[in-house]
Design a protein. Structure first.
Ligand code: ATP
Length: 430
């Protein structure tokens, strides 16, 4: 974990938020490489969930919504975590995070408590996670609004809009990607638990029948797991975990998490939730089928975190064989697909030829340029960034119009005709 955090900062994947002013707990800024990685994850998700399907449409709803949305959805009342306060130092923790509490108690014990003193805690209080903001221009008359705690509600409040303005029929889904905000009691584990983060969610509407609900719940569980595997997450580091009755969210009939084996233990990064008719009925929304039958559909939700996925893709990709460190990211997720180098930076003909190759690849692929140091150092630098292919222009290029293409994972090189380079990269990305 420490190596990944350091690499992320050093190479421009992820920086602490507002760092020059001492940071802001629970916020992170994605740098040039991190923002590409995140964009690639979101694009792949959108392509598989919307672009390639005929039963899902996308939306992009506002972050700030009428507060009545949160009253109706139950979030004002029930979007809470149990909070306890340490009576020794007044730090606050989530009562259900037993390991964090035990760790905190141990740190007090190691510091040495006054004789006879135990670490004591307040009894758990409900703590609402919604972040509040104020809107309006007249002081004293500002309206309290909430920054959305989950992006989900935007899909529900627009359900009838989507049905009436599109040719969609149940079963169908509404997909969305966007920011969510939670006043988390204990942000931590790098970006894993942040106060501002991005979600990628599907709300899939089905007939309110047990068989339909169960069928689609199982279907989406499989689809989502396969998607993560298809982008390189190691199968043995993935598992499903069923929610116990006591931990299920207020809206869920049943729920299962997809977990990844992170350095800090098995951790959720996507939830598959059977929300029943909770949300649509709370918003008093319904559906009429072709036979004129009216009903409130049930919802199967897949709710993934972009930031948690990005972190797990990075952790999963990290490779170190003591000679070099490389990120074995799936090429479609890699920030740069290809890097182009002139063998020598002071040979005009090589630089010009390399520049023309760089210019020809750049419109189609995220392409990096490097002419610093020697070739070995440039390879190491691209390995750490996860760039799958490095193209070197050497003296042979000037004679036969071929370049060496070096593979990130095997470090092997092959010669490819310049005229076939774009097709070579495109084929590998298919
Ligand atoms: P946790 O139990 O870890 O707090 P949750 O069960 O509350 O998570 P959901 O409400 O199911 O999470 O949210 C769906 C997804 O949104 C999560 O699987 C995760 O990927 C992402 N997510 C939720 N909270 C955070 C957060 N604080 N920081 C980053 N991602 C988050």
């Amino acid at each position: 974990m420490e190596k990944i955090v350091a690499l992320c900062k050093r190479r421009g994947f992820i920086y602490p938020g507002s760092e020059i002013y001492g940071g802001l707990t629970g916020t992170w800024d994605y740098g040039p490489l991190g923002s590409e990685l995140k964009r690639n994850i979101k694009n792949e998700w959108w392509k598989s969930m919307v672009g390639l399907r005929s039963d899902v449409v996308g939306i992009d709803a506002a972050i700030m919504m009428n507060p009545q949305v949160w009253r109706s959805s139950g979030h004002l009342e029930a979007f809470t975590d149990p909070l306890v306060e340490c009576l020794v130092c007044h730090q606050r923790f989530r009562a259900d995070k037993r390991e964090e509490i035990a760790g905190h108690e141990n740190s007090h014990k190691a510091e040495g408590l006054p004789a006879g003193r135990q670490v004591e805690w307040t009894s758990p209080k409900k703590f609402n996670l919604l972040v509040e903001a104020e809107l309006g221009v007249v002081e004293g008359e500002k309206q309290k609004v909430y920054l959305r705690g989950e992006i989900t509600q935007g899909a529900f409040v627009n359900f009838e809009n989507v049905v009436s303005s599109n040719r969609v029929k149940i079963p169908f889904g509404i997909a969305q990607i966007g920011k969510a905000f939670r006043n988390e009691i204990t942000p931590g584990n790098f970006t894993y638990r942040s106060r501002e983060f991005e979600q990628m969610e599907l709300e899939f509407f089905v007939r309110p029948e047990k068989e339909e609900g169960d069928k689609w719940f199982d279907y989406w569980k499989k689809e989502r797991l396969e998607w993560y595997k298809s982008l390189g997450l190691t199968e043995s580091k993935l598992r499903f975990r069923k929610h116990e009755d006591s931990e299920r969210a207020h809206y869920a009939k049943y729920a299962e998490d997809i977990e990844f084996e992170a350095p800090f233990g098995w951790s959720e990064f996507e939830g598959i939730h059977h929300r029943g008719d909770w949300d649509l009925s709370r918003h008093k929304l319904g559906y009429m089928d072709d036979q004129g039958q009216k009903f409130t559909p049930w919802v199967i939700e897949t709710s993934g975190g972009v930031d948690r996925s990005a972190l797990f893709f990075l952790l999963n990709a990290y490779q170190d064989d003591s000679k070099r460190v490389w990120l074995k990211l799936h090429p479609r997720l890699a920030p740069y697909k290809v890097a182009v180098f002139p063998l020598l930076a002071n040979k005009q003909e090589l630089v010009e030829k390399a520049r023309s190759i760089y210019d020809s690849l750049k419109p189609s692929f995220m392409t990096a340029w490097d002419d610093r140091g020697n070739i070995g150092k440039r390879y190491l630098s691209q390995d750490e960034a996860g760039t799958p292919w490095c193209v070197t222009v050497d003296f042979q290029t000037l004679e036969d119009d071929t370049v060496t293409v070096r593979d990130r994972d095997t470090a092997e090189q092959e010669r490819v005709k310049v005229s076939e380079l774009a097709a070579f990269v495109a084929k590998k990305l298919e």
